[in-house]
Design a protein around this ligand. Structure first.
Ligand SMILES: [Zn+2]
Length: 170
């Protein structure tokens, strides 16, 4: 539910975890679920779902800037997907628990994480999805977009396009 963010890395799970901003955690995907995600990045060791609470929303503040509140934004996204009202209510409650339990990440925490990964650990692959389900975002059929560190720092709100695999290179 909510926004979900996948990171594919050449680092181990514990190395990835040691880089994360406060309040964020990385859940490893199951061994067979990881396979197609890890295929996105040569030499990858880990594919994780990054979360702050139950969802990735806490890391994605630029996505919410245009909306009056996070919940107004999320409600509109679910409406567009024609999600039943009861399910929207449950999803928003879960999102609310996530944001209440954790400090909000710095607005540029995600860019800093991706840049730090590129500088210290090399390339990484990212996939952002939005869905009423709990599975990691489905792999899109479209081509992979490649970005370098400068693309991230000059366009911190736009470097990661939802539904598109983004490869961040040093
Ligand atoms: Zn959320």
């Amino acid at each position: 539910m909510c926004y979900q963010l996948v990171l594919v890395s050449t680092l181990t799970l514990s190395e990835v975890r040691s880089m994360l901003p406060a309040g964020t955690h990385a859940d490893a995907m199951g061994p067979s679920t990881q396979v197609p995600y890890r295929a996105l990045l040569a030499g990858s060791q880990t594919a994780v779902v990054l979360r702050a609470g139950h969802c990735a929303c806490g890391l994605l503040q630029p996505r919410f800037r245009a909306a009056h509140t996070d919940e107004a934004h999320l409600r509109e996204r679910y409406r567009q997907l024609k999600v039943p009202r009861a399910q929207i209510v449950r999803a928003l409650e879960r999102h609310r628990r996530s944001t209440a339990a954790l400090p909000r990440a710095e607005p540029d925490a995600l860019v800093r994480l991706a840049v730090e990964h590129a500088r210290n650990a090399g390339a990484s692959a990212w996939l952002l999805g939005f869905s009423p389900h709990d599975e990691p975002p489905a792999l899109p059929a479209t081509t992979v977009t490649t970005r370098c560190i400068a693309d991230l720092t000059t366009n911190p709100d736009g470097w990661l396009v939802e539904g598109q695999v983004t490869l961040v290179r040093p």
